[in-house]
Design a protein. Structure first.
Length: 119
């Protein structure tokens, strides 16, 4: 039987958005924590999470570094780029897609131009 990812790390740049995201995920039954750290990959370990989300406010270089480092730490962790207005839908879609298969790198919205979404 497949299980849903429940241990979620939310990485962001804005405290208000981060707090709302973490609260919503916890309300849905997940165990979510958030960080505003510029170096979460040195402070937290990907082995402690099933899903790591990186918010749209994180710059491209940092985003690439985090993807690579977290996958080095835990090849089975799902690392997902999310954007505040649609983050909950992106996460839900990624969790549905991961059901029944090992968690991996997922781009929840493959057709979305990331440059247009970042603020």
């Amino acid at each position: 039987m497949a299980t849903r990812a429940t241990r979620i790390l939310v990485i962001g740049k804005r405290a208000d958005v981060l707090e709302r995201s973490v609260a919503a995920l916890n309300k849905q039954g997940h165990s979510a924590v958030g960080t505003l750290s510029a170096s979460p990959d040195t402070e937290l370990h990907a082995g402690d999470f099933d899903l790591i989300t990186i918010g749209g406010g994180v710059d491209a270089a940092t985003r690439a570094r985090l993807h690579a480092r977290f996958k080095e730490q835990n090849k089975d962790v799902m690392v997902l780029d999310v954007y505040a207005p649609i983050a909950s839908q992106q996460i839900a879609r990624a969790l549905r897609r991961s059901s029944g298969s090992p968690l991996g790198l997922v781009d929840a919205w493959p057709g979305v131009n990331r440059l247009q979404c970042e603020t």
